[in-house]
Design a protein around this ligand. Structure first.
Ligand code: CAA
Length: 281
């Protein structure tokens, strides 16, 4: 029988996680408080599946099976899930309220994973009565394509929970690294944010054009996209939020957000969300 998981939050990351999970045989309960969000996510996934059919990667029948595994769900159905992955807004209180609700509704042995990109797993776990069953599973955008999941231990996370998360990751074709200490930004964002910050400072100082900064890193370091393009893809509001969080936690100027980023976010130029960040597409 297909395993059922719940994905809370149907934004870019939640949709990507639901997509890759359904592709690999999971029945996915999709929940989002925002009206229409799950419908939008499912139609976005359906569109990508159609392109996969056109490319000959999957058949129309296979795509139909995958689509049927994506279920627009209410909280009531969560009791049938063996694991929940939370991918809501990167705001501690919002995530905590989702965690408390999941803790009430999930079966007692079910894992709660958060896709947070930087927040404390231990603090989130503290809102539940199942701290050994809580961990971080940090996916990367676009989730169906990116190979890595950072598995993050909270203070109380049980080894069996880590093992189950690794098994799930493997079952959806992902590689994992284990972040042993619950520290802000884990591994990837702790390295990525200073890269973004330096690229933005170079741009602010007029050292090179944004196109040349991106080209330099793309061709000079063989990155698939330059840092300013990638910052747009991840969402400038998300990037700023992560930088501010890291800065407040570490009290370290390495993580101080450049003014140009703050200006763009204040102007509503959020990259991913508005398609007008460093670049106007
Ligand atoms: N959903 C599903 N599939 C997607 C997709 C999406 N949103 N976007 C692209 N793809 C697929 C395409 O269908 C294509 O598949 P095939 O090769 O099977 O045909 C493949 O990905 C490549 O796509 P494209 O040919 O359109 O474009 P590309 O070769 O330029 O690749 C990219 C696009 C995968 C995004 C690539 O540019 C890349 O890897 N960029 C870096 C992404 C990255 O670093 N992400 C991490 C961000 S950090 C983060 O997420 C963490 C955080 O907390 C901030």
């Amino acid at each position: 029988m297909e395993k059922t998981i719940a994905v809370i939050g149907a934004g870019t990351m939640g949709a990507g996680i639901a997509h890759v999970s359904a592709l690999h045989g999971y029945r996915v309960l999709m929940i989002d408080e925002k009206s229409g969000a799950v419908k939008n996510a499912i139609s976005g996934i359906a569109g990508r599946l159609d392109r996969e059919i056109e490319k000959g990667h999957i058949t129309a029948d296979e795509a139909s099976v995958v689509k049927a595994r994506l279920i627009e769900s209410g909280w009531g159905q969560v009791s049938t899930a063996s694991m929940a992955i939370e991918a809501v807004l990167e705001i501690m209180d919002v995530k905590k309220s989702v965690f408390a609700r999941l803790d009430d509704l999930l079966p007692s042995g079910a894992i709660i994973a958060t896709n947070t990109s930087s927040l404390s797993i231990t603090e989130l776990a503290s809102t539940t009565h199942r701290t050994p069953l809580v961990l971080g599973m940090h996916f990367f955008n676009p989730a169906p394509v990116m190979k890595l999941i950072e598995i993050v231990r909270g203070e109380d996370t049980a080894q069996d929970t880590v093992d189950q998360a690794k098994a799930y990751a493997q079952s959806i074709g992902k590689e994992t690294v284990v972040v042993e200490k619950d520290t802000p930004g884990f591994v990837v964002n702790r390295v990525l944010m200073p890269l973004f910050i330096e690229a933005m400072r170079i741009y602010e100082e007029g050292v090179a054009s944004k196109e040349d900064i991106d080209k330099a890193i793309q061709l000079g370091l063989n990155h698939p996209m330059g840092p300013l393009t990638l910052a747009d893809l991840t969402g400038l509001d998300v990037d700023l939020h992560v930088m501010d969080y890291l800065y407040n936690e570490f009290h370290d100027d390495r993580f101080a957000a450049p003014l140009v980023l703050r200006r763009l976010v204040r102007a509503g130029r959020l990259g991913r969300k508005t398609r007008h960040g460093f670049y106007a597409y």
